[in-house]
Design a binder for this molecule. Structure first.
Ligand code: 0O2
Length: 225
């Protein structure tokens, strides 16, 4: 589908365009492929979880969430970046249409699990952004990876990109609350809120470190029994 003159559309018109785009056969098919890619990655993570729990006697993640980016968010992003509105360009330029979020208890498990995932020979690491080692200025922390994986269809193999975000429960708590607060725009003193959220991120980071240290102590005492 070629919808050329969508660059200057206002939000209401963008929503209508998104609805029309989302009803096309190519869009529906592409989203089905992304859903399959999510299933592949989820299965890989669940297999790793089962094996890891045998080896280390704990589950590396608490839970997983997945989502397909909403058509209007896809179109907004394409408009922002000046990408032509075709499914081919959408697939070529946007890497976060399929998203998986993995919530772990400990930072160490984030690195172990993410390394194990990208070490698999059918998983190709496209990009990795470590906002745990280098938090965003607002305090946001998570490990983001774009991976490329094959899905196997009746007509053959197809490579798809999936964004995988790894977080601790504390990081997820902060990101969820901060995301909700972002929409409350009518603040008298937004700088104060930003500062307090940064402070909360710092407290939660200390909490993650303390939890990790408690676990290490318990593991060491267990080994000595
Ligand atoms: P949604 O609803 O999750 O899809 P890009 O994604 O390429 O446009 P960028 O900055 O290169 O932009 O990507 P990055 O840094 O990897 O972050 C993308 C996603 O991480 C966001 O997706 C959020 O899910 C999450 N994220 C990044 N920064 C923050 C933050 O400061 N606060 C919160 N709560 N989440 C953040 P989307 O597309 O914004 O939304």
């Amino acid at each position: 589908m070629e919808l050329t003159k969508y660059n200057n559309l206002k939000i209401e018109d963008l929503e209508a365009t998104a609805r029309a785009f989302a009803e096309t056969d190519e869009f529906i098919r592409l989203m089905t492929l992304y859903r399959c890619a999510i299933m592949e990655i989820e299965t890989k993570l669940r297999v790793l979880d089962a094996e890891f729990s045998l080896q280390y006697d704990r589950n590396p993640f608490e839970h997983i969430e997945s989502r397909l980016k909403k058509p209007v968010s896809i179109i907004e992003k394409m408009q922002r970046r000046g990408i032509p509105l075709t499914t081919r360009d959408m697939e070529r330029e946007l890497f976060d249409i399929a998203g998986i979020r993995v919530m772990c208890s400990f930072i160490e498990d984030i690195y172990k699990l993410s390394d194990l995932l990208v070490e698999q020979d059918d998983v190709l690491l496209v990009t990795r952004k470590d906002y745990i080692a280098n938090p965003k200025p607002n305090g946001y922390r998570s490990l983001h990876m774009i991976v490329d994986i094959p899905i196997f269809l009746s007509e053959g193999k197809r490579h798809m990109k999936v964004e995988v975000q790894f977080r601790t429960i504390a990081m997820d708590f902060w990101a969820s609350v901060e995301h909700k607060l972002k929409y409350k725009k009518s603040l008298k003193n937004p700088e104060e809120v930003t500062e307090r959220l940064q402070r909360c991120a710092g407290i939660l980071s200390q909490l993650d470190d303390e939890m990790e240290s408690i676990r290490l102590k318990i593991d060491m005492e267990d080994e000595n029994v």
